[in-house]
Ligand binder design. Structure first.
Ligand code: GLP
Length: 268
């Protein structure tokens, strides 16, 4: 069950089967908090990786009555320089894929603003952190991983204690987003992102990765010692972090216990 590092890696036959398991965990959290009369605080991610998860959450809402009326959501990041209504903003992404299809209260769906005057950046980032804290901290943070090893938009070299801030995007990250923007040079050069320190304060973290293109960076992050050059590797130091992979994304993992887990899953 364990990789050579401390992170639990679980390998699933497909992204959909992994996302069913994650969605059930989220459902249990949201319903437990509702029974307690409390809000559930979710940290959410964008990109292609969480799409099957959001489809399953929408299905649970529509077909199984899961309510998000007691959910507060904090997204990881937003491109800098985009209006919330921009077709490629993460605000638009979250509305299209999740928020417009569930009963979360709009005022409880938080995403950093990418549309700020320079003087407002610091106060906005500090206010985002303060709001997370005022809500009691994040119960469950969902993450993808960039091919640079980024979590949120924390690129190689981002410190373990970094906080929500304006960051410059790596060349590889902009290249990976080129298709969305019609060319790498049209991808925003900067973003506002929760810091690594902000992310690591979540009580539970689930990082997802699918497909062969992520296999190399997954192995770098979780087979090797923690390194600033691979911010996702900081998850090894978190007390309750799990990595959910499909078979292709797990293909390069060397941790022997992971291989046993893989064989177990494949046998089933
Ligand atoms: C994006 C996001 C990350 C995401 C990553 C991977 O740029 N800021 O939160 O995890 O890159 O993207 P994808 O899921 O499309 O591979």
């Amino acid at each position: 069950m364990l990789c050579s590092g401390a992170v639990r890696c679980q390998i699933f036959p497909s992204p959909e089967s992994a996302c069913r398991a994650i969605a059930l965990e989220m459902k249990a959290l949201v319903e437990r908090r509702a029974a307690e009369g409390r809000m559930a605080v979710l940290g959410l991610a964008t990109g292609r990786t969480p799409l099957p998860l959001y489809r399953e959450l929408v299905r649970l809402h529509r077909e199984e009555g899961l309510s998000f009326s007691n959910v507060v959501a904090f997204n990881l990041d937003e491109y800098f320089g985009l209006l919330p209504s921009h077709p490629r903003s993460y605000r638009t992404f979250m509305r299209e894929h999740l928020f417009d299809h569930i009963d979360i209260r709009p005022e409880n769906a938080h995403i950093p603003s990418g549309n700020l005057d320079p003087g407002d950046i610091g106060p906005h980032c500090r206010a985002y952190e303060a709001l997370i804290e005022a809500c009691g901290g994040i119960d469950l943070q969902i993450l993808g991983i960039g091919r640079t090893g980024h979590i949120g938009f924390n690129e190689p070299g981002a410190g373990r204690g970094s906080r929500t801030s304006l960051v410059r995007l790596d060349h590889m990250t902009r290249t990976d987003a080129a298709g969305d923007f019609g060319g790498a040079d049209r991808v925003p050069s900067h973003a506002i992102t929760m810091g690594c320190g902000t992310i690591l304060e979540a009580r539970r973290i689930i990082l997802m990765a699918w497909g062969a293109a992520k296999a190399g960076i997954v192995s770098e992050a979780f087979d090797n010692p923690v390194a600033d050059e691979v911010p996702a590797s900081y998850l090894q130091e978190h007390p309750d972090a799990s990595v959910y992979l499909d078979k292709a994304a797990a293909a390069d993992l060397r941790g022997h216990l992971c291989v046993e887990e893989k064989q177990h899953v494949l046998k089933d």
